[in-house]
Design a protein around this ligand. Structure first.
Ligand code: GLY
Ligand code: MN
Ligand code: MN
Length: 468
């Protein structure tokens, strides 16, 4: 038995409460698996392990090939069993010691007698009607199949979604920490954004701060001067005078809680007038959308609010013609702002996306079909404790402007020669992204978890220029 310490992100009573809350809503036992690390080029060269989010949420220590069984009616302690795969004889040699069962049980808020191995899991589930949540990991899927566990019904998935949608205080604390780590990464990136440096220099500066905070990347960082490629990768391009850098990156702390933030800024800190105009437009949209993150507000309306402010800025810049409200109604913004205004964030950067639109769209609402709205990942009415990103952007994407079906219906509203000039100049893209916790006005209104990262264009320039 080892004395290795284990520090889970949340206190044990938070996990007990969550398991009891789920147990009160389900009618058959549920197994929540941790999953396992995926192999890279050969079986013992693995990608880093990341346990499945629901497993972490219900208190599972971050170990491969483990699972929590939650019985209906459990009080969160009795009726909850943790199954783990004991280390093999050579594991301590290669991987070091692991926390003892007693240490894990204490951190999870279960009795040590409620721990078993996968054989005990097979016994506990044999012949019964049991559901399971699995990450898409081959060995775990095979095991779930062998044990004849069922996929959760929508009702069972919604029982989990309803819980995870609203963050408790320990979760918010973890997200504030992930935000702090992300802010440090972004400041380092801004300082590295000098003319002559490359995208990889900026990415390296960013990641080193995440690591210093004992975090990993919450997704593959986007560090690029081709910001119009929405999920583009850093390609090592050199920054030149006039290049517009877009950095979208966040941190994930050890329990899986994340941040996700974006800034766009010019190489060397010197904005061109059109860059600055469009940046200020995106910033106005950002601020108005954040102010609208209040309980009861429909997220689609926040998306449209941001879209209308973007239309106003595009009219001011002589890129669009017409009344911003009409242009918004017609959906012209999709040509410049094709993605949604944001998504849920929490454990995993697109929180709950493993449940598809069941998480983002409540009963009676479906994803809009129109270009400019169809990539919106969320359309719930906001509630206190939900955390969302707000990430409006303005892009000049050649592949959009090559699609007649998208562009032609708006020919009367577009100043095509002005758009073409920016496409020719490879303007790129602007996005500003903050993580926002919804709170009642009496509790202070929306809390911007990422507020420590400046988004004012002069302040951002100052950070870059101070490092020159
Ligand atoms: N880069 C992923 C996102 O911001 O949603
Ligand atoms: Mn992002
Ligand atoms: Mn995001």
């Amino acid at each position: 038995m080892s004395n290795v310490e284990l520090s889970l992100t949340c206190p044990e009573d938070a996990y007990v409460k969550r398991r009891a809350a789920l147990a009160s809503k389900i009618k058959r036992p549920m197994v929540v698996f941790s999953g396992h690390a995926l192999a890279r080029s050969y079986a013992t060269n693995m990608h880093p392990f990341r346990a499945e989010s629901c497993y972490l949420y219900f208190g599972g220590p971050s170990l491969e090939h483990a699972a929590i069984l939650i019985e209906p009616g459990s009080n969160g302690r009795d009726g909850c069993t943790w199954f783990r795969t004991p280390p093999g004889p050579d594991d301590p040699l290669w991987l070091g010691p692991t926390p003892s069962d007693a240490t894990c049980a204490a951190a999870m808020g279960i009795d040590v007698s409620q721990i078993g191995d996968y054989e005990a899991l097979a016994t506990a589930t044999s012949g019964g009607d049991v559901s399971c949540v699995t990450p898409p990991h081959p060995d775990t899927l095979a095991l779930a199949c062998k044990l004849k566990l069922s996929k959760p019904t929508d009702e069972e998935s919604l029982a989990i979604i309803d819980l995870r949608l609203v963050k408790d205080e320990p979760e918010l604390t973890a997200m504030r920490f992930a935000a702090q780590a992300g802010v440090a990464g972004h400041i380092a990136a801004m300082r590295a954004a000098q003319i002559g440096h490359s995208e990889t220099d900026i990415q390296a500066a960013l990641i080193s701060e995440l690591v210093r905070h004992n975090c990993r990347e919450s997704f593959s960082p986007i560090c690029t001067i081709r910001g119009e490629v929405l999920h583009g990768e850093c390609a090592g391009r050199k920054l030149e005078k006039g290049s517009l850098m877009l950095v979208d990156a966040g941190a994930e702390e050890t329990g899986g809680y994340t941040s996700d933030m974006t800034r766009a800024y010019p190489a060397g800190g010197e904005w061109t007038s059109i860059q600055r105009h469009l940046y200020e437009t995106a910033l106005r949209a950002e601020r108005a959308a954040i102010d609208a993150c209040v309980p009861g507000k429909r997220y689609l309306d926040i998306h449209r609010l941001a879209a209308q402010i973007i239309c106003e800025g595009l009219v001011d810049a002589d890129l669009l013609k017409g009344e911003p409200a009409d242009l918004t109604e017609r959906g012209v913004y999709g040509l410049f702002f094709p993605h949604g205004v944001g998504h849920l964030i929490g454990m995993g950067v697109h929180d709950l996306e493993e449940f598809g639109d069941l998480a983002g769209y409540p009963a009676g609402r479906t994803r809009p079909e129109r270009f400019g709205d169809c990539f919106l990942r969320l359309d719930r009415d906001l509630e206190p404790g939900m955390v969302v990103t707000i990430e409006p952007g303005i892009y000049f994407v050649p592949s959009i402007w090559e699609r007649d079906a998208l562009v032609k219906p708006f020919a009367d509203a577009i100043n095509r020669s002005a758009v073409d000039a920016l496409l020719k100049d490879q303007f790129g893209g602007i996005r500003i992204e903050e993580d926002v916790a919804v709170r009642e006005a009496s509790a202070g209104g929306p809390e911007v978890l990422t507020a420590a990262l400046p988004n004012d264009p002069d302040e951002v320039s100052k950070i870059t220029q101070s490092a020159a």
